[in-house]
Design a protein around this ligand. Structure first.
Ligand code: AR6
Length: 208
């Protein structure tokens, strides 16, 4: 295991130890763009929307954080479909910023869109473009499949180390741009585990 993987494992273990879904199920905090965007505190796996987005890794074989929670709550169907996607379309793994879709197994959402966020500091300055691509490509794939309500976690801000305030500006700008050019989406929900993370996002968002 290289030094970087070792670091991820350590942070990942910390995640598992310290992060538990909040007691409140879904607590509304803020809305933007006439209610089209909702910022909530909750568990991404509990969102009843057309599609939730998974902060996956390129293997698509599961992991910790959001990825682990989605596979645990959704059951084995999701992993089976991910394996098939790897076999048929991405034998080398899903590239950073790209997206694929699977069904959602036992989750209340209908589908899971899997994307791979950038590892902060590992993409020679392209991190913000890659993070924006995760949001843009997820929304694009959703509307292509007729899905109009989508819930996102804060991609890359956990194990992948992207500072939440920087990610807030990048992700909100990407979502806003997409919505201005595409009228089909009915709701984008941005879901945070902790109140403090949602507050930080609200302070740094560029929706308005
Ligand atoms: N609901 C909502 N937000 C959550 C949840 C949840 N259930 N769990 C964590 N968060 P992370 P990344 C928040 O690490 O940084 C995995 O091992 C968390 O507080 O899930 O993109 C994958 O397999 C943080 O703010 O995603 C990859 O290897 C945010 O979600 C790697 O981690 C994202 O944290 C991806 O790392």
């Amino acid at each position: 295991m290289d030094r970087f993987s070792a670091r991820i494992k350590t942070i990942h273990e910390l995640h598992e130890l310290h992060e538990r879904p909040p007691k409140s199920f879904v607590q509304m905090s803020h809305t933007f763009l006439d209610g089209l965007i909702k910022v909530v505190v909750g568990d991404i796996t509990a969102q009843r929307v057309d599609a939730i987005v998974n902060a996956a890794n390129s293997s698509l074989m599961g992991g910790g954080g959001v990825d682990g929670a989605i596979h645990r709550a959704g059951g084995p169907v999701i992993l089976e479909e991910c394996k098939e996607i790897r076999r048929t379309r991405y034998p080398q793994g899903l590239p950073t910023g790209e997206v694929v879709i699977t069904s959602a197994g036992d989750l209340p959402s209908r589908f899971v869109i899997h994307t791979v966020g950038p590892v902060y500091g590992q993409h020679a300055g392209s991190e913000s473009d890659l993070l924006a691509a995760c949001y843009r490509n997820s929304l694009s794939l959703a509307i292509k499949d007729g899905l109009t309500t989508i819930a996102f976690p804060a991609i890359s801000t956990g194990v992948y180390g992207y500072p939440l305030h920087e990610a807030a500006a990048v992700s909100s700008e990407a979502i806003k741009r997409f919505l201005l050019n595409n009228g089909e989406v009915q709701e984008v929900r941005v879901v945070f585990f902790r109140d403090a993370d949602a507050d930080l996002f609200v302070q740094h968002q560029c929706f308005e």
